[in-house]
Design a protein around this ligand. Sequence first.
Ligand code: SME
Length: 149
Amino acid sequence: MTSADEIVSQIESLVSSAESRDEVLRGAVRLLKQERAHYDWTGIYLLEGDTLVLHYYIGKPTEHTHIPVGRGVCGTAVSERKNQIVGDVTALDNYLACSLETRAEIVVLIRRGDEIYGQIDIDSDRKDAFTAEDESLLSRVSDLLARRF
Ligand code: SME
């Protein structure tokens, strides 16, 4: 398995060399999806006013392309200004189903200081799929992405 350091280093190169932010965000989603087998749906939402707008993803199509702050796991991350790790989404009330197979979800904010630009959102079909290691990797990636905002 490619190490977290290697993934971070590849994204670091992308952040410093890519011509557009779009290229950076797409490249990051592609790399994460490819390198981690349990990342069944991998996407990035950007915050536009009080709405999260789906920017780019790899996985099954979702109807949740626009999510108000406060709704679902994604909107909660913004309203609480806090990353979210959910081991079993079927136990949640405030959850927006993307696919019936999804069991676990992680949301890591893309932010600099108090400013939130968006988030990396990942779903897994395996219960309890995400650990502190995923949060650490995704936080390092998010910090790099934030440089392009
Ligand atoms: N499950 C998310 C919605 C986004 S989909 O997973 C792609 C939520 O509850 O906010």
